[in-house]
Design a protein around this ligand. Structure first.
Ligand code: NAP
Length: 245
């Protein structure tokens, strides 16, 4: 797999950063995105420190022109991505009665429509390569539901349906499409919850702890490996037993 390009959206921190570094350590040219130049610079320095090949680039997953220019730059610098990890996401939590249109729209656009945009932009090249790997990061809440997150859960459940349908469309071309559904993982996203809410959540996790970003990254690294070539359309759960789908 050496010298093949792996593109990870939202790789400036959290789960995306761990995935980027894991794929870099497998020998991929690891291209990660952030929403700002500063974030892209941090990705560069993180990769350099870890002695990994790759680059940080700027991307707003909600903007079609940003997606197009990112792909142009990756093709110019390296070659088209063989691996795409749709990881970037946001939360705008609210009970449905209080939810604002902009909270609904931002989450659907950033967390679901982004997968459509990025994947469509990468797919033609994967078809030409007669191979490729798409991994979409969903969430345990896509299966369990979560009060206060109707927008986020709708987007993440949509990602699961997207994964299955696309897997069927491209299976004959040697491209696999899978999803990974993390439970509660230690990142900025879960830090927002506050200590007492976190403690209550941990009580419900059979393995008795919050998960690490590396534990999610390992699963992604398996799904993009040659050994996972017979797995497609699946969702792998990484949630400490919190929810058994
Ligand atoms: P995070 O720490 O909040 O990081 C989010 C990443 O997405 C950042 O790199 C951010 O870039 C990027 N991003 C946000 N808006 C973007 C946009 N419009 N365009 C491009 N990039 C954008 O998130 P995380 O906790 O690592 O979560 C990563 C994935 O795992 C997400 O899909 C999330 O839904 C899923 N997940 C997380 C958990 C958890 O417990 N943490 C649980 C289940 C699922 P900037 O740094 O530039 O803002």
């Amino acid at each position: 797999m050496n010298s093949r390009v792996a593109l990870v959206t939202g790789a400036s921190r959290g789960i995306g950063k761990a995935i980027l570094h894991k794929l870099g350590s497998m020998g991929f040219v690891a291209v990660g995105t952030a929403t700002t130049n500063e974030g892209a610079g941090k990705i560069d320095s993180g990769l350099a420190q870890a002695d990994l090949s790759g680059k940080g680039l700027v991307l707003d997953v909600t903007q079609a022109d940003s997606v197009a220019s990112l792909l142009d730059e990756i093709r110019d610098r390296y070659s088209a991505p063989y691996v795409l990890v749709n990881n970037a996401a946001i939360t705008r939590d609210n009970l449905l009665l209080r939810m604002k249109d902009h909270e609904w729209d931002a989450v659907i656009d950033t967390n679901l429509s982004s997968a459509y945009r990025l994947t469509r932009a990468c797919l033609r090249d994967m078809l030409k390569m007669r191979g490729g790997r798409v991994v979409n990061i969903t969430s345990v809440t896509a299966f369990s539901g979560n009060a206060g997150q109707a927008n986020y859960v709708a987007a993440k459940a949509g990602v699961v349906g997207f994964t299955k349908s696309l897997a069927l469309e491209v299976a004959s071309r040697g491209i696999t499409v899978n999803a990974v559904a993390p439970g509660f993982i230690e990142t900025d996203m879960t830090a927002k919850l506050g200590e007492s809410q976190q403690a209550k959540l941990v009580e419900k996790i059979p393995l008795g702890r919050i998960g690490s970003t590396d534990e999610v990254a390992h699963v992604v690294s398996f799904l993009v490996s040659a050994e996972a070539g017979y797995i497609t359309g699946e969702t792998v759960h990484v949630n400490g037993g919190l929810y058994m789908a």
